[in-house]
Design a protein around this ligand. Structure first.
Ligand SMILES: [Zn+2]
Length: 260
């Protein structure tokens, strides 16, 4: 796998005049000559602007007590509270998001937002990043949707498709309160999203709008955000429990069920 193959795959998606939010696992590509840097370059040359989540869950703190029905067990997280680290703009994105967010964040042209848990980084996408607030962490995705942005999923499925959270919020689905450690205090973060492990249920409803490129063992798929938002909102309107997971011990999905 190399830059040229990746670039023609990205170009096949036909998104030269669109900006994208990208989620990726690079492992199925096997060896990539010049690694994630080559992929990022091929990507940036094939679309208008790129944003990626650079989330930092390791800043999170769980208090002893808090509001009810908040999809959380209070007082249980002593270990994680002790391990929590204060957010700084230089804090790396969590490794569970793969290598691409960190590669992009470290690019000389990249900008990053300052939300202590749900930050985004972008290249050529400043005006999307700028609209994020502490209250509306997914506003950059909303702005992207308004300008015909797409979500690109590279070897990953909809369980990591953060944009669906943005659509859930538009559909009026409940959100949660969380807490993040800063250098000098703990910050309340409103509108923290629910659980995403049931999100693959969306796939069949957006199949005809999804563009797909196969590369041996690997694949890239892309979905227009406007359409994705429309479909998610319709599904939740018809069934307030749509896209929730089926784990009986899922605190956030259960909290959504409790108020539906
Ligand atoms: Zn769940």
């Amino acid at each position: 796998m190399d830059y040229n193959i990746l670039k023609s795959a990205f170009q096949e998606l036909g998104l030269a005049n669109n900006s994208v939010i990208v989620h990726a696992s690079l492992r199925p590509f096997g060896y990539i000559q010049n690694g994630a840097d080559a992929l990022l370059q091929a990507l940036c040359e094939s679309v208008e602007g790129v944003i990626v989540p650079t989330f930092t869950y390791r800043t999170m703190i769980t208090p002893e007590v808090g509001p009810a029905n908040n999809g959380i067990s209070y007082g249980d997280d002593e270990y994680y509270n002790r391990e929590a680290r204060p957010f700084t703009l230089e804090m790396p994105a969590d490794s569970m998001m793969g290598i691409l967010p960190e590669t992009l964040r470290n690019h000389p042209l990249a900008k990053r937002t300052s939300h202590p848990i749900l930050s985004f980084a972008g290249i050529g996408a400043d005006h999307y990043l700028e609209v994020q607030t502490l209250q509306e962490p997914f506003a950059p995705i909303g702005a992207l949707a308004e300008e015909d942005g797409w979500v690109m999923l590279i070897n990953v499925d909809h369980t990591v498709n953060t944009s669906i959270h943005c659509a859930e919020r538009l559909a009026g689905r409940r959100t949660f309160l969380r807490w993040a450690l800063l250098k000098d205090r703990v910050m309340e973060c409103t509108n923290f999203p629910g659980d995403s492990s049931g999100f693959n249920a969306i796939a069949k409803y957006i199949q005809t709008d999804t563009r797909h490129v196969d590369l041996e063992e690997a694949f890239i798929q892309a979905v227009p955000l406007k359409k994705l938002f429309e479909v998610v909102q319709e599904l939740i309107k018809k069934n307030p429990l749509a896209l929730l997971c089926h784990r009986t011990d899922c605190e956030r999905c259960n909290a959504v069920r409790n108020v539906s």
